[in-house]
Design a protein around this ligand. Structure first.
Ligand SMILES: [Zn+2]
Length: 298
C-alpha cells in the first residue's frame, strides 16, 4: 500500500494567518491561495510596488546561514523552510503565498500551524500528473562529520542522525517514510531549538528579534527552559527532518529516494542540493501515473 499522490495538488480555497518574523520581529500577514497545474510554489510580496513574485526553487536561494532565504531582482523572501515543509509533507505542488513583509511568520517554531491551515483550506487533486525526481545512483556529500546521501527507493524516505555534546540531546536518530499522515503526526509539530547562549548572541547582533519561548525550544547547560517541556521525546531530530523536507522541497518536484543525513543543517543540505544538480547522470525526472510506474525497490 502506498500513500503517494500521482496527481498534482493545490489548496481548495484561500486561507490566511499572521504572526511575526523570528529574525526581523516584523508583523506579517500571509495568505495561501490555490494555483493552477505546473505553477509550483510562489511567494508574492504585496507590500512592494507591482507585487513581485518568486518561485521557491533551489536556484533562487540567496542565503542559508540562519534561515532559507530566496531572492531575485532586488527583493527577498526569508525563512520559508517550515511552510515549504508543510507543502511538501502534504504533497501540495501548486500554491501562491502572498505576504506583506519580507520574512515569513515563525508561528510556534514548527510546521504545525501551517499544516493545520492548509488542511483547513482543504486539498484538491488537479488534472495533470506529478513529475518526480527518481534516483538511479547514490549521490553522497561528506565534509568533516557532516554527511548527506541519497539512494534509490520506490518511496520518499528520510533517515536523520544528530549528535550534540549536550546531555538532553546526545545522539538521536529517526527514520520516516514521508507521507501526509506521517508528516502531520510525527514531524510537523516538532519545533526549532536553540541553546540559550546562541540565542543571546543572536539578539546582541539584532537577530532573533521575534524569537521567544513561544516559538522555539531553548536549552541551557542542563535543562529545557520552556515550562511545558518537549512535544516528542526526540523533538530535536524530528525538527531536523522537518527542515530537511523544507530544504529538499526546493528541488521543485517530489522525490523518490532515500535521504540519509548525519549532523547536517540548512547550509549543508543546500551544498548537497548543489551536488545533486551537478550529478545529472544519477537521477532522472519521470511522470508517474500509478503504482505500476513506480521505480522498483533496489
Ligand atoms: Zn527549522
Amino acid at each position: 500500500m502506498t500513500s503517494i499522490f500521482f496527481q498534482q495538488r493545490t489548496v481548495a480555497k484561500a486561507v490566511s494567518c499572521s504572526g511575526v518574523g523570528v529574525h526581523s520581529g516584523k508583523k506579517v500577514n500571509l495568505t495561501i491561495k490555490p494555483a493552477p497545474v505546473n505553477h509550483g510554489i510562489k511567494f508574492k510580496r504585496t507590500d512592494l510596488p507591482d507585487s513581485p513574485s518568486i518561485t521557491a526553487h533551489f536556484n533562487m536561494v540567496v542565503d542559508t546561514s540562519l534561515a532559507t532565504v530566496i531572492g531575485h531582482d532586488g527583493f527577498i523572501v526569508s525563512t520559508i523552510e517550515h511552510l515549504m515543509a508543510s507543502f511538501s509533507g502534504l504533497s501540495i505542488d501548486n500554491a501562491l503565498v502572498e505576504m506583506d513583509a519580507y520574512e515569513m511568520p515563525i508561528m510556534d517554531g514548527s510546521a504545525g500551524p501551517f499544516t493545520s491551515l492548509i488542511k483547513e483550506a482543504g486539498i484538491i487533486e488537479q488534472l495533470d500528473p506529478r513529475c518526480f525526481f527518481v534516483i538511479k545512483e547514490p549521490i553522497e556529500l561528506k565534509k568533516d562529520e557532516k554527511f548527506v546521501g541519497i539512494y534509490p527507493s520506490s518511496t520518499y524516505k528520510i533517515t536523520c542522525t544528530i549528535e550534540y555534546d549536550h546531555p538532553l540531546i546526545e545522539r538521536q536518530s529517526y527514520s520516516i517514510d514521508v507521507s501526509d499522515e506521517v508528516f502531520e503526526r510525527e514531524i510537523s509539530r516538532a519545533r526549532t531549538f536553540g541553546f540559550l547562549h546562541e540565542v543571546e548572541d543572536l539578539k546582541r547582533y539584532g537577530l532573533a528579534r521575534g524569537g521567544s519561548l513561544d516559538n522555539a525550544v531553548v536549552i541551557d547547560k542542563r535543562d529545557i527552559i520552556n515550562e511545558d517541556g518537549l512535544r516528542y521525546p526526540d523533538e530535536f531530530v524530528r525538527h531536523k527532518i522537518l527542515d530537511c523536507i523544507g530544504d529538499f522541497s526546493l528541488l521543485g518536484m517530489p522525490l523518490l529516494g532515500h535521504v540519509v543525513l548525519n549532523r547536517s543543517g540548512h547550509a549543508f543540505n543546500h551544498a548537497f542540493l548543489k551536488e545533486f544538480f551537478a550529478k545529472k547522470e544519477s537521477w532522472e525526472t519521470r511522470t508517474i501515473h500509478n503504482v505500476n510506474d513506480l521505480p522498483q525497490p533496489p
